[in-house]
Design a protein around this ligand. Structure first.
Ligand SMILES: Cc1cc2nc3c(=O)[nH]c(=O)nc-3n(C[C@H](O)[C@H](O)[C@H](O)COP(=O)(O)O)c2cc1C
Length: 266
């Protein structure tokens, strides 16, 4: 019996490149994330899906990732592999870990790799290769990979399923009710939409938002001042429950600039 959906295990010894990818993936599905060392104390047989990733070091994943696979039971379980690498081409870097997983009867549901900053060897001569990687686009690709491979673990953005959205007014917040399998899902807000069923009222969003958009009322986060939002997404990124989704059109993005054009400071 597997009690948990997914765990992502990573080793990121060089520049934290793979850690960025692992964190984006884990945030997308709200799953547990652990370094290879931390994973040594976790019962991995409890997870339906295991993601394993690291930088590529001398043509292969980090030995700590192999050590994790070595400890796994020889039983059917879904896994996926990810990496960051210096070389432009992916080549056969995943082959050794794939073989190790297959030897443990694991099913590999997908593989993901992106470039990561590499200042080793000849790259150093010109200031390092892949500067700034993984970048925003790489992170988006990682999120897309997880959404595609593990849709069953993704939280639904119910706001997108609501047919008629109301105009956004200053100082108020629109509330929507969506019926899902006879459950009433309450969404508050249009630009900053907060799923009231998932929100636990921890208040993290209120502390990270630089614009004081959100208040906690009756143990739930309410985006009371949506028109102050600059679309920075800090609230959504920091919401462990993934109760917050940011929505905007290009017009909204331009309106942000218009509304805040008179400001000289926070
Ligand atoms: C010791 C060492 C060996 C590496 N070997 C390779 C390699 O064989 N192929 C490659 O594409 N990149 C190689 N790289 C570059 C890393 O894969 C790349 O920088 C990666 O993003 C590092 O991930 P991390 O910051 O998560 O550790 C190497 C880097 C280091 C430090």
């Amino acid at each position: 019996m597997k009690n948990y959906d997914c765990i992502i295990i990573y080793e990121s010894i060089y520049k934290g490149n793979t850690k960025k990818i692992a964190e984006a993936m884990a945030h997308t599905i709200g799953c547990k994330i652990a370094t290879a060392k931390e994973a040594l104390n976790i019962d991995l047989s409890q997870y339906k899906t295991i993601g394993l990733g690291s930088g590529v070091y001398f043509g292969s994943h980090h030995p700590a990732i192999f050590a994790i696979v070595e400890r796994m039971e020889n039983s059917q379980q879904d896994t996926f592999i990810f990496s960051t690498r210096g070389n432009p081409m992916h080549g056969k870097y995943h082959k050794p870990i794939k073989e190790a997983l297959l030897n443990k009867s694991k099913r590999i549901i997908g593989e993901f790799t992106v470039k990561g900053y590499d200042g080793t060897g000849p790259f150093l001569i010109f200031g390092g290769g892949n500067c700034g990687r993984p970048n925003e686009k790489d992170i988006e690709k990682a999120v897309k990979f997880i959404r595609t491979k593990l849709p069953k673990y993704c939280v639904t953005d119910y706001y997108k399923l609501i047919k008629n959205h109301l105009p956004v007014k200053d100082g108020t917040v629109n509330t929507y009710r969506y019926n899902h399998n006879n459950n009433s899902i309450i969404i508050k807000g249009d630009i900053v939409s907060i799923n009231q069923n998932i929100c636990i009222g921890c208040g993290k969003c209120t502390t990270v938002c630089p614009m004081n958009v959100i208040d906690i009322q009756s143990d739930k986060a309410i985006p009371l001042r949506e028109l102050d939002c600059t679309l920075c997404s800090l609230c959504a990124i920091n919401c462990k429950e993934r109760a917050i989704y940011i929505h905007y059109s290009w017009k909204d993005a331009i309106n942000v600039a218009k509304r805040h054009s008179g400001r000289n400071s926070l």
